[in-house]
Each structure stands twice: as structure tokens, then as C-alpha cells.
Design a binder for this molecule. Structure first.
Ligand code: NAD
Length: 353
């Protein structure tokens, strides 16, 4: 399919296809918008079923990063890279170095970081070929693994959503269904368990399920059914596209608030959730903790206390968004885009002045 005609193409500024036959690298780097700063977003490695699926992921995720950075107050634009391959089999040092070279050729227009299928150690190898990478352990302003910060921001967002919906932010006694117990989902489960929530969990990795059962007394359910489970909050923390039009009538939770990018399978699902009175915390707002943490590294200064303050403020941003959505009788997703577009329009006017 043509990139320009792609349904997920949204006036992207640049889309780069990278191929290195020697290492087997096939990657797509999508630069969506650089109004607020260099395009920044993680690199995902995934065994996509087709090239079109990989392109769609890169285009959607990079646009999400533009909105995420805008609403998080980061001086960064939106970009994303995807590597087409199975991280368990195809990820080699040579492939990571070839990816680093591809990022470097963009001369700082795109700054990469880790995402699904990549680890901080992988990004250290990418760093051997380019300085345009963040979320490291070794650079002078290293911000480290973003996942714990993402989990902290999601926990703050869940508290804000509980408060807005039920009049109390306290997760104690609330049932929270978490899909995906990876770096973010497991840290989120630990924090919510500490705060007294009852956990229902699903993952495709049985070892993670056993860990959650043993450490958090979590109830395990099937991953294809977890969205139906009666809960106060459904937290998608695996992959995107889990909230579909077909599933919306069967959702068992009053709130959707999790870390996964692109949780809504199509933009129309936002209206369906709104009609059903399900409070949706837009993914790119609630999951900004990691990129807030990494933004300091991009500027060459890292201050953990300011990061903590800004990550916890995700709850306040969501509360403002929920209020405006109610006031304007619009889905929260529509309002999040409007708030981000307002920020971008103001910045474009300032840049032009
Ligand atoms: P991860 O790779 O560490 O974890 C993903 C988890 O989901 C794994 O445990 C995996 O087994 C599980 N999983 C995969 N498919 C599943 C399925 N069909 N059903 C149930 N579980 C399944 O990834 P992560 O870093 O924890 O990120 C989780 C999500 O949050 C991703 O969508 C990612 O894009 C998003 N996100 C992560 C960060 C971050 O800081 N890591 C930041 C923003 C957004």
C-alpha cells in the first residue's frame, strides 16, 4: 500500500525505510511532527505479519508521540521506529548497530529509545553508532529504564480516573484488571497491590502469571477474556488495538486506563465508549511517564525530582481533560487531540513569528 494514501498517514514529515542486507535489518522510521523539537519516540521490534502492518504501526505510533510529547510539556516532536523481526530470534548486535547507523543518518531529526521488544542493553549497542538515543544507563545524563516511570504515571492516572468516576482516588478495595505483565504492567501491579487494590491479570507468559499470583494474590484470567471481567478499571498494558467496536458492548470495567499505545482499535471506538459512559484515559496522556523521564536526557540534564513531579502531574492533566470532555459532551480521546492540537498551533504561530 502507498504510504501517502495510508489511512494512518497524517501529514507525516518524513518516513524512512531502512534496509541492511548483511544484518537482516528491515526498519521504518516515521517522523510525524517536529514543531516542538526533534521527533522522539521508542523503537519497537515485532514480528509483524506483513509490511503494511509494520508501516501502520510506525505511522500511528509516531503521531501518538507528537500528541504525547505536546501534552506532557516536553520540548520534543513525535517519531517512532519499528524493526520488522522477531526479537527472540532476529535481534543481533549487528542488526542493532545497523539500526543505530540508520538513526544517525537522520542527523538528530529523530531521537530513539527502547519500546516493546527492545531493552536498555540493546539501546546501549544502538548508542555505539549514534548519540541520538535516550533511555540509557551509561550517558552523562542517563535516565535509565523508562518503564518504572511509565508505571508510576499510569498509577497516577488511575487514581485520577477513580477520583473522577467514584469520588475517591484510593485504589484500596477496587478491582483492577491488568492485561500484560511486562516491564510496565508488573510494576503497575506491584504499586496497585501496595495500595490495596484487588488484581485480575492476564499475560501470554505463564511465568509472569505465577509471579503475580504469588506476589500480589492476583486472579488469573484468559487474555482474550480479560476485557469482559467485572472490574473498576481495565488497564491494557500489552499491545494496542485491544478495545474494538465489537468488544465495547462487553467491556466489564467503568474505566479504561493502561499503558499500551493505540489501545482503541479505531478512532470511532472513542465515541462508543463515551456513549456507554466508560471513562477512557487516552493512552498517550496516561503513558507519558517514560518519555517525561527521558526528555531530560534529551536536553542533557536529568533531574529525578522534577521528573517525579511532572509524572505525578499526569493525574492533573487527565482530570482537566475529563472535565472538559464532560463540559463539551465529547469523548475524552477527541478532547485530548484538541488539547494537543491547541499546543501545536500556538507553537507553530510562535515559531513563525
Ligand atoms: P513488555 O514487552 O515488557 O511487556 C509486554 C507484556 O505483554 C509481556 O509480559 C508480554 O508477555 C505480554 N503480552 C504480549 N501479548 C499479550 C497478549 N496478547 N495478552 C496478554 N499479554 C500479552 O512491554 P512494556 O514495556 O511493559 O510495555 C507495555 C505496553 O506499554 C506497550 O504497548 C508499550 O508500547 C506501552 N508503553 C510502554 C512504555 C515503557 O516505558 N516501557 C511507555 C509507554 C508505553
Amino acid at each position: 500500500m502507498s504510504v501517502f494514501a495510508h489511512t494512518d498517514f497524517s501529514s507525516h514529515q518524513q518516513v524512512v525505510f531502512c534496509h541492511d542486507p548483511a544484518s537482516g535489518l528491515k526498519a521504518i522510521i516515521a517522523i510525524h511532527d517536529r514543531t516542538l523539537g526533534p521527533a522522539c519516540g521508542g523503537c519497537r521490534m515485532w514480528a509483524y505479519a506483513s509490511e503494511d502492518e509494520a508501516i501502520a504501526d510506525a505511522l500511528r505510533l509516531s503521531q501518538g508521540m507528537t500528541y504525547k510529547n505536546a501534552l506532557a510539556g516536553n520540548p520534543l516532536g513525535g517519531g517512532k521506529a519499528v524493526i520488522w523481526g522477531d526479537p527472540a530470534q532476529d535481534k543481533t548486535s549487528a542488526l542493532l548497530r545497523a539500526f543505530g547507523k540508520a538513526v544517525n543518518r537522520l542527523g538528530g531529526r529523530y531521537i530513539t529509545a527502547e519500546d516493546v521488544g527492545m531493552r536498555v542493553a540493546d539501546m546501549e549497542i544502538v548508542r555505539s553508532q549514534t548519540r541520538h538515543v535516550i533511555g540509557l544507563n551509561s550517558s552523562p545524563a542517563a535516565s535509565g529504564n523508562p518503564a518504572p516511570w511509565t508505571a508510576r504515571g499510569v498509577a497516577a492516572g488511575i487514581r485520577a480516573a477513580l477520583d473522577y468516576r467514584f469520588g475517591s482516588a484510593n485504589p484500596q478495595g477496587r478491582t483492577i484488571a491488568i492485561q500484560g505483565l511486562g516491564q510496565v504492567g508488573m510494576a503497575l501491579a506491584a504499586e496497585l497491590h501496595r495500595q490495596g487494590a484487588r488484581l485480575v491479570v492476564a499475560d501470554i507468559d505463564p511465568r509472569r502469571l505465577t509471579q503475580a499470583q504469588e506476589q500480589f494474590a492476583a486472579q488469573v484470567v484468559d487474555s482474550t477474556e480479560i476485557h469482559r471481567h467485572p472490574a473498576d478499571v481495565f488497564a491494557p498494558c500489552a499491545l494496542g488495538g485491544v478495545v474494538t467496536a465489537e468488544r465495547t458492548p462487553h467491556l466489564g470495567a467503568a474505566i479504561i486506563a493502561g499503558s499500551a499505545n493505540n489501545q482503541l482499535a479505531t478512532p470511532e471506538v472513542a465515541a462508543l465508549l463515551h456513549q456507554r459512559g466508560i471513562l477512557y484515559a487516552p493512552d498517550y496522556v496516561i503513558n507519558a511517564g517514560g518519555v517525561i523521564n527521558a526528555a531530560g536526557e534529551a536536553r542533557g540534564q536529568y533531574d529525578p525530582s522534577s521528573v517525579m513531579r511532572r509524572v505525578d502531574a499526569i493525574g492533573e492533566t487527565l482530570t482537566r481533560l475529563f472535565r472538559r470532555a464532560d463540559h463539551e459532551h465529547q469523548p475524552t480521546d477527541v478532547i485530548a487531540r484538541a488539547m494537543a492540537e491547541d499546543i501545536l498551533t500556538r507553537a507553530r504561530l510562535e515559531n513563525a513569528a
